[in-house]
Design a protein around this ligand. Structure first.
Ligand SMILES: [Zn+2]
Length: 415
């Protein structure tokens, strides 16, 4: 989850852009899912709305960037569905609200897989479940938590969320929390302007508990110090579930080369994210135009979604005008970040994420149905089938397995 949202704009922009990268060969994952896919594609970050899997939002057909029909059409086998909570002031009332929202989202994911569509999608609780479920011809739902704020000041909740299926926790989001410092401090929450805070003492305890339980530690949204601290503190490999590459496009949210090397040395993986503002540098002129547009339509904290329909339409039209002048990122831009990361830290440490539902999406990969375009772009750049398999799922599943092994080792040592 990252704001501002650009999805509607991307839909419009994609209609104007003719993507020349449609998969052509017969082994393309763009074909309907086969009973035993050779290549397993896994997107490590898909946000869901609070009313997911209710009468309002059918997980199979809803107008979302990820739904079951689109996953099948695009050959996206697996997704981490995200239990995201936004950062607010750290009060008991807000902790309780965050936990209530988290439980609503956990329940929605379980409802999708267990009540509504048990023949189409199944929750993966173990790394090996990914291949087993995909091999049975079903889609795979894994679960990640975004923002350790949901834990409040006590870590017992981690055990409960593990039971509910959470297999990674993003330590922090926009704004510092009790566990760690953010890459994007929030003045409105009283954060210092500089993103220098790393992992706190409570955060260190949370990481130890995640290692013991078998939950992957996620450093996306963390400050550089948070990422380096987490990598040092965790006795199992860590992930960046949705981050891009600072050397290709400078942004507070992107990982620099030192952090990427530390991630590699720790055995971890960076899941390069298809999020436009991280993938390409926005000029001061473009940012000024965006600010002016938001002021004009009365953009508030709720984002574009909170605008009344007429002003939302005006906003979307304004975005189209702006991006006619400053074009959005494409699948090729995403692949440029992947290429750089692969050259720097090796093909065993790079993966892919979309941030669909949270502002993610680029021209050519703006929903799960377009997943084949990413594979085709990697193939066009000379990646072997073996490399593509690692990038699409093998590396993340390897880290997940290593995290399970560490938890098993600690359990055995405690006996
Ligand atoms: Zn996010």
């Amino acid at each position: 989850m990252t704001s501002p949202r650009t999805s509607v704009l991307l839909v419009a922009a994609a209609a104007l852009a003719l993507c020349a990268c449609a998969p052509k060969d017969g082994r393309s994952i763009g074909a309907a899912a086969s009973p035993a896919p050779k290549l397993i594609t896994l997107d490590s970050h898909d946000d869901i709305p609070l009313d997911f899997a209710t009468a309002n939002v059918d997980p199979a057909t809803a107008n979302l960037q990820v739904n079951l029909d689109k996953m099948k059409a695009g050959g996206l086998n697996a997704g981490f569905f995200i239990v995201y909570v936004g950062q607010t002031a750290r009060t008991d009332e807000n902790y309780a609200k965050a936990q209530a929202d988290a439980e609503t989202k956990f329940a929605a994911i379980h409802r999708m897989a267990e009540d509504l569509y048990p023949n189409r999608i199944e929750i993966a609780y173990r790394a090996d479940d990914v291949a087993r479920i995909a091999g049975a011809g079903k889609l795979v739902a894994a679960i990640g938590i975004e923002n350790g704020f949901v834990l409040g000041k006590s870590l017992e909740k981690l055990d409960k969320y593990y039971e509910l299926g959470a297999r990674y926790v993003t330590l922090v989001h926009n704004g510092n929390n009790d566990l760690a410092g953010t890459a994007q401090p929030r003045k409105d929450l009283g954060d210092p302007a500089e993103a220098t805070l790393g992992v706190t003492a409570l955060g260190a305890d949370a990481i130890a508990r995640m290692n013991r339980l078998g939950i992957m530690v996620d450093v996306s949204h963390g400050s550089k110090q948070t990422a380096l601290d987490a990598i040092r503190l965790s006795v199992a490999p860590v992930i960046a579930s949705h981050s891009a590459i600072a050397s290709v496009s400078p942004h507070a949210r992107n990982l620099d080369d030192e952090t990427l090397r530390a991630l590699r040395d720790n055995g971890g993986v960076v899941q390069v994210v298809a999020f436009d503002p991280y993938l390409r540098r926005q000029s001061d002129d473009e940012l000024a135009a965006l600010r002016a547009l938001r002021e004009r339509v009365g953009f508030a904290t709720g984002g574009a979604e909170a605008l009344p329909p007429d002003r939302r339409a005006e906003y979307d039209r304004g975005l189209l005008d702006i991006h006619a002048q400053w074009p959005l990122a494409t699948v090729k831009t995403l692949a440029d970040h992947i290429d750089y990361a692969v050259k720097l830290i090796g093909v065993d440490h790079v993966g892919i994420s979309s941030d669909f539902g949270g502002g993610g999406g680029v021209i050519g990969w703006n929903d799960a149905a377009e997943t084949g375009n990413v594979t085709a772009e990697l193939r066009a750049r000379g990646y072997s089938d073996e490399d593509i398999d690692k990038i699409w799922s093998g590396n993340l599943v390897r880290v997940w397995r290593a995290v399970e092994a560490e938890a098993a080792r600690q359990a055995a040592a405690a006996r």
